[in-house]
Design a protein around this ligand. Structure first.
Ligand SMILES: Cc1cc2nc3c(=O)[nH]c(=O)nc-3n(C[C@H](O)[C@H](O)[C@H](O)COP(=O)(O)OP(=O)(O)OC[C@H]3O[C@@H](n4cnc5c(N)ncnc54)[C@H](O)[C@@H]3O)c2cc1C
Length: 411
């Protein structure tokens, strides 16, 4: 009988454990939290964006770091495989915009319950509240030290996640363990992270969510990226899907770093001007501040008028053409100074991690230490939002588990 220890009960560790378990191989999961899948619980705004429904070849352009490393494991354990596993254990799912898959109930807790059911069905022991502090290998045996207890195994999977959202348990311990085994760690950086902006209007704008807008990032007058979709103003600046996505293209934020928001990207300046003229005819006797409600959400109107330098109390029928064109320009180019990205602990995903050069991409086994495996976010692979990062966790976890299963059968 062989033994496997998996450190970390996130999606990567769970998949590794489920896959490695056989009659010849006992599997034990050690998790520092009081429950499994604490980060999984908050994904997809608490609904759990389980995976993405797109064909697997469409995953690779969505992977920002080391997509080639993921070829083998993603094709070997696909989005359809994890959905089938969950479905077989009773979880119903639905596919939404952007092919994002969610549980039908919209509750991430149902996904976690399903994983718990699978683990208990397979008799996989999970020890909770066990914070692993140190790991070593002596005479082909891994010795795993918790705060009070010591465990031993023939195979070891490090599935401790990244270093973002540390309250979910991912505090970067896996990097430390990997280093003690001689692995190198690619520099850790935030990926998919909100942005800090300088603006006099932050208080007024906070909480506003805008859909179907275009965001442009300009560094030193050069357009770095454009994203279309949904954005949220927060107390420090900007968040929301397109901001997180755009954050990935940004490095070297300097004095001349600008975020420009086009509030009406589907209208050309000329069409927008005509549209405003129609509203002006309709509301000709009103103050300007009361004439833009058909076009803009209420909280934005004072900001737009202030930025355009137009008196909000001026009667619409007295607005000059020049003022109107300034209004058009502000609506299409609402600019803010970008002062920075939020810290790594607020990033959706950690960029960097255990170098893929030292991991076998087919099995996730260390090329340095036999029978040592890595799975999930601890590896230097990260992707865009949309379920891709979770799929990376399942597929790498599966690859590790499958290799351990094969080896434990051979031994
Ligand atoms: C707010 C938010 C939203 C997200 N939304 C999405 C989304 O919609 N779609 C998507 O694909 N991805 C999303 N992600 C990313 C996704 O959650 C991660 O990529 C994924 O959870 C990584 O899985 P993992 O198993 O590698 O690590 P984790 O899920 O972080 O699990 C690692 C586990 O290891 C445990 N651990 C760590 N150190 C130790 C130790 N020393 N001893 C014992 N246990 C330890 C931790 O407690 C944790 O339970 C989101 C992330 C965040 C923060």
């Amino acid at each position: 009988m062989k033994n496997t220890i998996v450190v970390g009960a996130g999606p990567a560790g769970i998949l590794a454990a489920i896959t490695a378990k056989t009659n010849n191989n006992n599997v034990l999961i050690l998790e520092k939290n009081e429950k499994i899948g604490k980060k999984l619980y908050i994904t997809g705004k608490g609904r759990c964006n389980i995976t993405n429904y797109s064909p697997i070849e469409e995953f690779f352009p969505m992977i920002n770091s080391n997509p080639k490393f993921m070829y083998s494991s993603l094709y070997n354990y696909t989005n359809m495989d994890v959905l089938k596993l969950l479905e077989d254990y009773g979880l119903k799912y639905k596919v939404e915009r952007g092919n994002r898959v969610f549980p039908e109930s919209d509750k991430s807790s149902d996904v976690i319950k399903t994983f718990n059911k699978i683990l208990s069905d397979l008799n996989i022991k999970v020890i909770l509240n066990e914070d692993i502090r140190f790991i070593e290998k002596q005479d082909n045996t891994f010795k795993v030290y918790g705060r009070a207890n010591k465990y031993e195994s023939d195979f070891l999977v490090i599935a401790t996640g990244g270093i973002s959202y540390p309250a979910t348990g991912s505090t970067g311990d896996g990097y430390k363990f990997a280093k003690t085994f001689g692995h190198s760690i690619k520099e850790l950086k935030p990926s998919l992270v909100p942005m800090e902006i300088k603006s006099n209007y932050l208080k007024e704008l906070q909480g506003i969510s805008l859909k179907n807008i275009e965001l442009t990032v300009k560094l030193n007058n050069r357009v770095i990226c454009k994203e279309f979709g949904e954005l949220l103003f927060t107390h420090f600046g900007l968040s929301g899907p397109i901001v997180l996505k755009a954050s990935n293209s940004i490095s070297n934020i300097g004095e001349n770093s600008i975020i420009s928001i086009d509030l009406k990207p589907k209208l050309s300046p000329d069409t927008l001007d005509k549209r405003i003229q129609r509203d002006f005819t309709k509301y000709s006797n009103k103050n300007l501040e009361n004439a833009l409600g058909d076009l803009l959400i209420k909280k934005l109107i004072p900001v737009i008028l202030n930025e355009s330098g137009i008196n909000p109390y001026k009667k619409v029928n007295q607005i000059t053409k020049e003022e109107r064109l300034r209004l058009v320009n502000t609506i299409k180019n609402l600019e803010f100074n970008l002062i920075g990205l939020r810290p790594i602990k607020e990033a959706i995903i950690t960029k960097g991690g255990v170098s893929v050069k030292e991991i076998n991409p087919k099995t996730m086994e260390s090329k340095i230490i036999d029978n040592l495996y890595f799975a999930g976010e601890v590896i230097d692979v990260d992707a865009m939002t949309g379920g891709y990062n979770l799929q990376i966790a399942y597929s790498t976890g599966y690859a590790a588990g499958e290799s351990i299963k094969e080896k434990s059968n051979e031994l």
